[in-house]
Design a protein around this ligand. Structure first.
Ligand code: PBG
Length: 329
């Protein structure tokens, strides 16, 4: 009988040594909570494909923000639900200084100046067809005209007080154009988080239900601007371009199926890197939790620490409040 010279289990035996050798730690500081905002007063609307997630009016958003601050979550990401009559082909509601997002940002920054507010820069909530940009007669999303509108949208968010603008549209050259405009208008400290490596993913389905763009998008897809899930080098090039154009942070999206991309971005480019655990990942987890097939608390924490291990500096997740509560307790 020979004995294993290296017993890996020695370090695993006790809690003290497990804690000492732990490489990655998830804290509330790692979390960004995405929220859906809708017109009205005292509105809380359930999103059927996203249990426990609601579309809320600005007054409720402020109540929620109080809890989020108390939980130690540093930032929220805002997504608007725009009513049908405000959608158009040119998406001009996107840069209305009194639009829903702009008012929500102002209200949040007035009430909770210390809470970071990130806004989504893309036209899909505002277009009648649910595409992220302005289309031609064939339905093709036109790059340069769309960028002009995105620049106006980003500036209107900065003027409203957004700390971070996050272009999620995947048009070419938009980060540079937005950065130029922000500088020219004196918003030199507005941060840009580029959805740099954003894949053409079917995991966004529940989100499109939540903001009400899925009906408009119908059988349409976003293959002509979002990255093919089969590609990896392309994501690295996208991230390099966005950094060169002036992004402060980059994002990889979706999350768990794309941990390899997070690792490559972090290792090869060494920039602040964020991951988005998207709506479909949330829905899939919640379905298993509700059926009793997976243990909610432990799976939430395991799924989030996996992002840290892959190299993410932070995670946008619909589980942010649950995770922050678990980490507190
Ligand atoms: C829109 C946008 C999407 C998400 C964030 N911003 C959907 C899309 O590109 O169709 C997805 C977020 C999620 O699924 O949770 N530009």
């Amino acid at each position: 009988m020979t004995f294993p010279y290296t017993r890996m289990r020695r370090m695993r035996k006790n809690d003290f040594s497990r804690r000492l050798m732990r490489e990655h730690r998830l804290t509330a500081d790692d979390l960004i909570y995405p929220m859906f905002v809708i017109e009205g007063k005292q509105v809380r609307e359930a999103v059927p494909s996203m249990p426990n997630i609601e579309r809320v009016s600005i007054d409720i958003l402020l109540e929620e923000a109080k809890e989020i601050v108390a939980l130690g979550i540093p930032m929220i990401a805002l997504f608007p639900v725009i009513s049908g009559d405000k959608k158009s082909l040119d998406a001009k509601e996107a840069y209305n200084p009194n639009g829903l997002v702009q008012r929500a940002v102002k209200a949040l920054k007035d009430a909770f100046p210390e809470l970071g507010v990130l806004t989504d820069v893309a036209l899909d909530p505002y277009t009648t067809h649910g595409q992220d940009g302005i289309i031609d007669d064939e339905g093709y999303v036109l790059n340069d005209i769309t960028v002009e509108t995105l620049v106006k949208q980003a500036l209107s968010h900065a003027k409203a007080g957004a700390d971070v603008v996050a272009p999620s549209d995947m048009m070419d050259g938009r980060i540079g154009e937005i950065r130029d405009e922000l500088e020219a208008e004196g918003f030199i400290n507005t941060l840009i988080m580029a959805y740099a490596a954003k894949y053409a993913s079917a995991y966004y389905g529940p989100f499109r239900d939540a903001i009400g763009s899925s009906g408009n998008l119908g059988k349409g897809n976003k293959f002509t601007y979002q990255i093919d899930p089969a590609n990896s080098n392309e994501a690295i090039r996208e991230v390099m371009l966005d950094i060169d154009e002036g992004a402060d942070m980059v994002m990889v999206k979706p999350g768990l199926p794309y941990l390899d991309i997070i690792r490559r971005v972090k290792t090869e480019l060494e920039v602040p890197t964020f991951a988005y655990q998207v709506s479909g990942e949330y829905a899939m987890h919640m379905a298993a939790f509700q059926n009793g097939w997976l243990d909610k608390d432990s799976v939430i924490l395991e799924s989030l620490v996996a992002f840290k291990r892959a190299g993410a500096d932070g995670i946008l997740t619909y589980f942010a409040k649950d995770a922050a509560r678990l980490l507190k307790g």
